[in-house]
Design a protein around this ligand. Sequence first.
Ligand SMILES: C[S@@+](CC[C@H](N)C(=O)[O-])C[C@H]1O[C@@H](n2cnc3c(N)ncnc32)[C@H](O)[C@@H]1O
Length: 321
Amino acid sequence: MRKPDPQQWGPYWERPTITSFGDMFPNNYDASILEFWQRQLANRTGHIVDIACGNGALTWIGNEILNRDGGNTRITGVDFADIAPFRVLRRNRNDFPSIRFIGNTPAESLPFKDGSVDMVISQYGVEYTNLDETVPELSRVLVPAGRMSFILHDKASTIIKGATAPLDDFRTVLNDIAIHDAALRLENLYRRIRRPEARQGSTDIQGLIDTINAMANRVREIVRNYPPRSPIHLYMERLNQALDLARNNRAGNSKALICQARDALNTHIVRIEDLEAAALSPEGRQHLTALIQKEGFTIVEESVLAYRDNDNIGTILVAQR
Ligand SMILES: C[S@@+](CC[C@H](N)C(=O)[O-])C[C@H]1O[C@@H](n2cnc3c(N)ncnc32)[C@H](O)[C@@H]1O
């Protein structure tokens, strides 16, 4: 079973972004996703737990639905990563007395007493965990008449198809063309050979510049079909900046910039690979429903969720004991 790496998501949630899709939902999830949660959470009371909450996209939505009219239903977001949504999103803890976030907490081992949680919710979250351990753990913390409501990544969804389609191109740029390796070698030569005339006369430098230009042309061919702010564009921008600094003897750590460019693209690839691995196939969903039923729950809803122009952005799964 794939082991999630808390370090992988930690830095992502340090950005002031509310969802894991960056610009796609700038103000949090809306439309059919929001409507689903309104339907699930209306009039719920007690203690509700949001599993794998990230920066709390669903926790904030849940709190708004549950407590907008002065209710005091407790809602707790837990995540394996070292999250700090109040600080990162600059929200005042005192304005949200019903919300609590607990980071560094795997869903497989929750810090709640047996039968102390009224409902467990998760949005693009629970499927990242080890379901064979998580489902019994959710069952343990839920009250006898507990409920689970999930929106799950589906391998056939437009999200997964859209996110994974560029993966081969990203891997080619990072691993096969690996322009950052040549950039590091050139940066090293620029550091050793500082006089402009000596640089002009260096066949090593001129050879590397030719190599990098040829590589950049190959990358240009690949990025032609991508929107301007794609991860490959950002990678190339950073490399260009770094080489500019090195070429012009300007202050700044160009070596660090080159490594940052490489690491950022790699992190992006790993996140998408993780997303692909987490998304459920029909068999994966069957396995999950079987685990839930084994804990004495009945599946009361299981359907594909459409969102705006997308006919599938994931699967809804609701279970009641
Ligand atoms: C796609 S994000 C979901 C974020 C959030 N639910 C939302 O709707 O924006 C997946 C999250 O799962 C968390 N995660 C992965 N494995 C986990 C585990 N075993 N236990 C708890 N959280 C986990 C990651 O740290 C990450 O924050």
